[in-house]
Design a protein around this ligand. Structure first.
Ligand code: DQA
Length: 237
């Protein structure tokens, strides 16, 4: 076997190892949630010893020590991960995204969007999130790519997305694809009742990746969306 062939094999093995690690960490997240719900400590020495014995046996005589050492590291990393997860006090983490021109609230078409400003909206969202016991991050951009990147970066950092894509609602397949890619539970919000407006507002691409839409409730739509995501999370815990 030449060097390149051997390296190809190593690369393929690494792909499998990383995929398996990711799957393991997903299951660890479930264990962390269970432990939290049942007030159990992160460290379970007996379970860890069993895992070490099992992997050592699987690895066979010549590699059993290596397997043990490797799994000691993996389980230490898992514990850190679980501690971090539990450290957020079980709070649901929500990302609220606002698209173009919403920063102009209060000035833009007040007959449609009202007189309250974007700062009023963010203060409202923060106050409602606090009442729900949720952690919230709010992000507004006039740029499609910035919204796509924010959605992508939400993976593993947020439990749900509330999105008012504004005008991109009706045009952006990129935002739809980003929401589908991260596959986080998402809820669409519109301040105005888009269903009663122009024909071009009747299509919502982002909405196709959302579990719910609240339109025409003004600021309250954001509260309804956050409530929905919190209730949904409770059911899944
Ligand atoms: C909006 C509705 C969209 O059609 C429009 O382009 C917006 C705001 C709303 O919140 O009502 O910018 O998303």
């Amino acid at each position: 076997m030449d060097l390149n062939e051997a390296r190809d094999i190593i690369n393929r093995a690494d792909e499998q190892i990383v995929a398996a690690l990711k799957e393991r960490m997903r299951a660890v997240t479930e264990v962390a949630r269970y432990k939290q719900a049942h007030n159990l400590p992160v460290l379970d020495e007996k379970r860890e010893e069993k895992v070490l014995e099992r992997v050592a046996a699987m690895a066979g005589d010549d590699m059993s020590d290596m397997a043990r050492e490797l799994y000691k590291h993996i389980m230490a990393l898992s514990r850190d991960y679980q501690t971090k997860m539990l450290g957020r006090d079980g709070k649901i983490r929500l990302l609220v995204l606002n698209g173009p021109n919403l920063n102009m609230l209060g000035i833009r078409e007040p007959n449609i969007y009202g007189k309250k400003t974007y700062a009023d909206l963010t203060a409202y969202i923060r106050a409602e999130a606090e009442k729900l016991g949720a952690d919230v991050e709010i992000f507004q951009s006039n740029h499609e790519g910035a919204l796509v990147e924010k959605i992508q970066s939400a993976l593993h950092h947020f439990d749900g997305i509330v999105i008012n894509p504004a005008a991109y609602t009706h045009t952006s397949v990129a935002i739809l694809d980003a929401l589908k890619a991260v596959a986080l539970p998402a809820v669409e919000v519109h301040l105005s009742d888009v269903s009663a407006r122009e024909a071009f507002r009747q299509v919502s691409y982002a909405g196709m990746a959302c579990e719910k839409t609240y339109a025409g409730h003004g600021f309250e739509g954001y509260k309804l969306a956050m409530e929905y995501l919190c209730r949904r999370e409770e059911k899944h815990d």
